[in-house]
Design a protein around this ligand. Structure first.
Ligand SMILES: O=C(NCCCCc1cc2ccncc2s1)c1cc(-c2ccc(F)cc2)cc(O)c1O
Ligand SMILES: [Mg+2]
Length: 214
């Protein structure tokens, strides 16, 4: 039977990356996506911006919405402080199964908690289920029309504290117009746009970094 793109991406990781070496996993995925098949990872160019934000925030608690194959979860996790953890939500169980194996190959199972389900269902349950008080960093990379409702939901559920950072992928392509409008005009956030390109292409895209002011 025909394999899927995530399955072929995992095979490339298992063939070209070193077990327990997260950076070799990131490199193997980027090479696969540049040389073989495009895939919707945040990628190497936007990934450098992600790295600099993670390093600056030095987060103890990270929430990622949209795991896909685990590329950004691995990229974030290898920059976390010793007791730092990331909870990553994925809707598609097949992609989650691939992501678990990518995360395992990187040797980061202890730092990454992968949860399968819809953000709207899970966000209200995170505090009680995972004993999280608030998140220092949230990386939004799921359905583009869920960025805004889920940000409002995180506010309502008390998952954000003064200084929490939201970092949103794809604010230009595919685009999240309602989220951008809200976050750039809300007195409760201070936002900054990092211009870049859609992963592995020359198409414009960027990341929006927003600080929750409380
Ligand atoms: O859709 C994208 N990403 C979300 C996938 C949806 C996965 C979900 C995870 C989850 C977890 C919890 N609740 C609900 C959900 S839904 C996406 C798409 C493109 C793109 C850009 C140009 C194209 F021509 C074609 C695709 C690029 C990107 O970087 C993306 O991130
Ligand atoms: Mg994305």
């Amino acid at each position: 039977t025909q394999s899927t793109r995530p399955q072929r991406l995992l095979a490339a990781v298992q063939k070209n990356a070193t077990r327990g070496d997260p950076r070799s996993v990131v490199l193997a995925i980027d090479q696969f996506c540049r040389q073989k098949e495009w895939a919707m990872n945040v990628g190497d160019e936007k990934g450098c911006i992600l790295d600099s934000v993670v390093s600056e925030v030095n987060p103890g608690a990270v929430l990622e919405l949209g795991t896909y194959c685990g590329y950004s979860a691995v990229r974030i996790a290898c920059l976390l402080p010793p007791h730092g953890k990331i909870i990553t939500l994925e809707f598609n169980p097949d992609n989650a199964a691939i992501a678990r194996q990518v995360i395992a190959w990187a040797g980061l199972e202890e730092k990454i908690q992968l949860v399968v389900g819809a953000s709207g269902d899970w966000i209200p349950k995170i505090k009680e289920q995972f004993g999280v008080k608030t998140f220092d960093l949230v990386f939004l990379d799921h359905w583009k029309d869920r960025y805004l409702p889920d940000t409002k939901l995180m506010e309502e559920c008390g998952l954000l504290r003064e200084g929490s950072i939201l970092l949103a992928d794809n604010v230009i392509c595919p685009g999240t117009p309602d989220y951008l409008e809200y976050i750039r005009n809300s007195p409760r956030y201070k936002s900054q746009y990092f211009k870049s390109h859609l992963e592995y292409t020359k198409v414009e895209d960027g990341l929006e970094k927003s600080v929750f002011l409380g």
